[in-house]
Design a protein around this ligand. Structure first.
Ligand code: NAD
Ligand code: UGA
Length: 473
């Protein structure tokens, strides 16, 4: 093929945290392109089509405005997968790729069943030349698998010649800042072998991304760059958390250390915040995938090196729950702990792999009563994540038992009668908490455990609370 292939219609398979926001921004910036996001999950599609924009299935600042501008114009959400594929010039695969839970590679390798199923569906439903774009994060060389599936379906159809080309175009958005990341990306990465297809996709992004930020590589480099970017980012978090633990033991302060090292332009200041360890659906999954690949290629030292990043992260989370127990006189059985924040980071309702799961899980195991407040996470989601239902009734009716939890309607309701407050997510509203007003609500001696270092520790201390702040000696 030569020349740039005009793209008038895009289909995206997978209406999740990536597919929804990414396609909304493409539709917004390319009004001449019809974009249809499809999913098997009817409830999710209904939520994307909800007239009430606060009911969209993904919470992202700014997403509602983009959806409002484009939905019904050139942005559509549907469960009619085959029809959307058939009319598309370009199909993005944006389905989930979680860690395998059974079989070969369980616990490390990516589960590619959804990618394979969607590739087969594209193979069957496409009607003419179709550019298939890997948007999901995939093990290096997955494009080969997709290509093999697609090529088996190539041939003449009543509407023309059915052929395929496969590109890798990994997504680098972070949740909570997805819209600004998509509108002004540091880079867009396109990996492929077919120049015409690469330029067709580059032309889409070229509508709003400066040309020098659109990088072109071979397919394998593109697939591997995505895993590597996440591994490097996660590695910085484990590195700073490891130093945070040393700071706590030595009266150093991890924020001062981070500022000092981050001022070196070779190191840089970002991703050096000590905290309760990284969460989110991807860091752990992608590093474990990298570890699996390294072992597969016989690089066991390389695999061990990256695996340590994940192990340190789990250690940090257990370390925090253990120190809460230690400071509360060695037992939390039957004690009330207010947990502020459940999402894996601020400005998202996503709880996948959130540090709260492991930390709350440990505390429940120790017999604590948890009163959990998060501005965006529902009680239903917390119950799924914690593997236990909340106590019946409302918090204000009283709270008894061991290893039990309830959702609180506000930070104030969460802290009432508690022995400790544990801050796990850096929601802006937790920075503003009025400790003078809250402290009298707790049972003293009472602790503030600030795993994000966002609270006003001076105010909390002067209000009579004992304070532990991550990474502070
Ligand atoms: P998600 O679980 O939120 O969404 C995936 C969607 O795909 C689900 O709604 C599911 O129903 C749908 N789906 C699965 N198989 C399907 C099929 N055969 N046909 C139609 N729909 C199907 O996942 P996500 O967070 O959007 O992540 C998607 C991919 O993007 C993953 O590979 C992930 O690693 C990668 N990624 C995620 C992020 C992030 O911030 N969440 C960022 C960058 C990359
Ligand atoms: C991350 C990457 O930043 C994105 O580039 C990537 O596209 C995405 O993963 C993905 O592939 O899914 P995300 O997980 O949404 O994005 O959010 P981050 O801002 O990276 O935060 C991840 C976790 O690290 C959070 O739990 C956050 O609280 C934690 N974190 C982050 C720290 O503990 N310290 C920091 O300095 C930064």
């Amino acid at each position: 093929m030569s020349g740039v292939i005009p793209i008038r219609s895009i289909c995206c398979i997978g209406a999740g945290y990536v597919g929804g926001p990414t396609m909304a921004v493409i539709a917004d910036r390319c009004p001449g392109v019809q974009v249809t996001v499809v999913d098997l999950n009817q409830a999710r599609i209904d939520a994307w089509n909800s007239p009430d924009l606060s009911k969209l299935p993904v919470y992202e600042p700014g997403l509602d405005a983009v959806v409002e501008r484009c939905r019904g114009r050139n942005l559509h959400f549907s469960t009619a997968v085959d029809a959307a594929i058939a009319s598309a010039d370009m199909v993005f695969l944006s389905v989930n790729t979680p860690t395998k839970t059974r079989g070969v590679g369980a616990g490390q390798a990516s589960d590619l069943r959804w990618i394979e199923a969607s590739a087969r569906q594209v193979a069957a439903a496409a009607r003419a030349h179709t550019i298939v774009v890997e948007k999901s994060t995939l093990p290096v060389r997955t494009a080969e698998v997709i290509k093999t599936i697609l090529e088996a379906a190539e041939g003449d159809t009543p509407t023309g010649s059915k052929t395929f080309s496969v590109l890798s175009n990994p997504e680098f958005l972070a949740e909570g800042t997805a819209i600004s990341d998509l509108e002004a990306p540091d880079r867009v990465l396109i990996g492929g072998n077919d120049p015409a297809s690469i330029e067709a996709l580059a032309a889409i992004y070229g509508q709003w991304v400066p040309a020098e930020r659109i990088l072109r590589t071979n397919v394998w480099s593109s697939e591997l760059s995505k895993l590597t970017a996440n591994a490097f980012l996660a590695q910085r978090i484990s590195s700073i958390n490891s130093i945070g633990a040393l700071c706590e033991a030595t009266e150093a302060n991890v924020r001062e250390v981070a500022r000092a090292i981050g001022a070196d332009s070779r190191i840089g200041s970002k991703f050096l915040k000590a905290g309760p360890g990284f969460g989110g659906s991807c860091f752990q999954k992608d590093i474990l995938n990298l570890v699996y690949l390294c072992r597969h290629y016989g690089l066991s030292e390389v695999a061990d090196y990256w695996e340590a990043v994940v192990n340190l992260n789990a250690w940090q989370q257990h370390r925090i729950s253990a120190l809460v127990v230690r400071h509360l006189f060695g037992t939390v059985t039957g004690k009330r702990i207010a947990v502020l924040g459940f999402a894996f980071k601020a400005d998202t309702n996503d709880t996948r792999e959130t540090p709260a799961i492991r930390i709350c899980g440990d505390l429940l195991e120790e017999g604590a009563q948890l009163a959990i407040f998060d501005p965006k996470v529902t009680a239903e989601q917390m119950a799924v994540d914690l593997g236990r239902l909340p106590l019946q009734g409302s918090l204000t009716d009283g709270f008894s038992g061991e290893g039990v939890w309830q959702m609180a309607a506000s930070p104030r309701e969460a802290v009432a009668g508690a022995d400790a407050v544990l801050v796990l997510t850096e929601w802006e509203q937790f920075r503003q908490l009025d400790w003078q007003a809250l402290a009298p609500e707790l049972r003293h001696p009472a602790w503030l455990f600030d795993a994000r270092a966002i609270c006003d520790a001076t105010a909390a201390r002067s209000s009579g609370l004992k304070v532990w702040c991550v990474g502070e000696g």
